[in-house]
Design a protein around this ligand. Structure first.
Ligand code: LRH
Ligand code: MN
Ligand code: MN
Length: 388
């Protein structure tokens, strides 16, 4: 087996982007439970995200969602982030909360509405120019509920045309990542339902367009690590939205529902060159913390990714290749499982301490008093949440 000391240097290459919306109030369509101390504006969301990075060293960037995180001065938001020791990351567009988009946004038959959706993406690129963000992430709620409701071919053609217009606005160092999802809010068909559709659309655009894989956006039982392998092989895996799910798009803490799946995904990421220095794959979280505390929820999440990354790095590649070449089915499987079953937590605690980080970031947060501080100071005012 590979030794922890062999992989330790590679752990320093890990960088996970936090979603600003994980820090706001969120819930289901049944109830949003308000939590004390929740940020009242994007500046406070960034401050909370910075706590996660301070205690783990794993989360140097925060992804924004427009218009949820709209501010008058994005330069000031970027400077605030820098003061807090983090940077602004991916900019997410939002064409799913406007009455005009009931029947579609960039796929809409009405040119006025379609142009409005394209213009929103231009506005997001303007934000990226101010924040220094590299990636524009597009997830579309576009789809239909009933067979015959619309011409799905025409929608696909308008999607291609709209994406081209958005793509043409990107700067040389900017990228577009197109996220797919197989259902919801539309239930009959979705215009970007799967990685194949996303791949076909971004391939037609050019080298600055990539696929975003949200782990919660697949049918149950889908072999997600195979998709990871294929997109890396094709050079088109732009980013992850990590979360975990039991049933649908649950947006629960990554690695909570199925740690073994997260391990298998990370094994393919590493195998395909998608991890660490020299890789352009963005590792984002896309989660909501409806009943648990938000900052510890994010700390737990990045630690889960780190633990599974360490285990995936521990796979003895040489021995695995030899077993696979020899046709040793159970031997090869056993080599993978040896890495998966290795408890890396004590070694990671030591590794953290050696870098001046708390051995146990969850406990360090609980003892820091930060949670009580924001609960006391952020009283009154409108609290920002998912969709606010
Ligand atoms: C859609 C999605 C997408 C959105 C986010 C809030 O389900 O995964 O990434 O931007 O949720
Ligand atoms: Mn997502
Ligand atoms: Mn989602």
């Amino acid at each position: 087996m590979t030794d922890f000391s062999d992989i330790a240097p590679r752990l320093a290459e890990q960088a996970i982007e936090l979603p600003s919306w994980a820090f706001g109030n969120s819930g289901t369509r049944f109830k949003v439970f308000a939590q004390p101390g929740v940020p009242r504006d994007p500046f406070e969301k960034i401050s909370d995200a910075a706590q996660v990075h301070r205690l783990t060293g794993l989360a140097p960037k925060v992804a924004l969602h427009i218009p949820w995180d709209k501010v008058d001065d994005f330069g000031a938001l970027a400077r605030h982030a820098a003061d807090e020791g983090v940077a602004l990351g991916t900019v997410n567009s939002n064409t799913f909360q406007d009455d005009d988009y009931k029947l579609g946004s960039v796929t809409h038959r009405d040119d006025r509405i379609r142009q409005k959706a394209i213009d929103h993406h231009f506005e997001c690129i303007d934000v990226m120019n101010e924040t220094g963000s590299r990636d524009l992430k597009i997830w579309l709620a576009d789809g239909t509920n009933y067979p015959g409701q619309d011409d799905v071919r025409g929608r696909q053609d308008r999607l291609a045309d709209s994406l081209q217009k958005i793509y043409d606005r990107l700067g040389d160092d900017q990228r577009l990542v197109l996220e797919y999802k197989f259902f919801e809010p539309a239930f009959y068909h979705t215009d970007v339902p799967d990685w194949g559709t996303s791949y076909a659309q971004v391939s037609a655009l050019g080298p600055k367009a990539m696929v975003c894989l949200d782990t919660g956006h697949h049918a149950p039982g889908t072999n997600i690590e195979f998709i990871v392998m294929q997109l890396l092989r094709l050079g088109k895996l732009g980013s992850f939205d990590f979360n975990s799910r039991f049933y649908a798009d649950d947006d629960l803490i990554v690695g909570a529902a199925d740690p073994f799946q997260l391990f298998r995904i990370l094994v393919e990421v590493i195998r395909g060159g998608g991890y660490g220095a020299g890789s352009d794959v963005a590792f984002m979280l896309d989660q909501c913390h409806n009943v648990e505390d938000k900052i510890p929820g994010q700390i737990r999440s990045v630690l889960n990714v780190q633990e599974m990354t360490a285990r995936a790095l521990l796979v003895d590649r040489g021995a695995l290749d030899a077993a696979q070449t020899a046709g040793d089915v159970l031997g090869a499987h056993g080599i993978l499982m040896d890495a998966f079953y290795t408890d890396v937590r004590p070694a990671l605690a030591e590794w953290r301490e050696s870098r001046g980080l708390p051995a146990d970031p969850m406990r360090a947060y609980a003892e820091s008093g930060y949670g009580a501080g924001i609960a006391a100071s952020r009283v009154g005012g409108e609290q920002a949440g998912w969709g606010a």
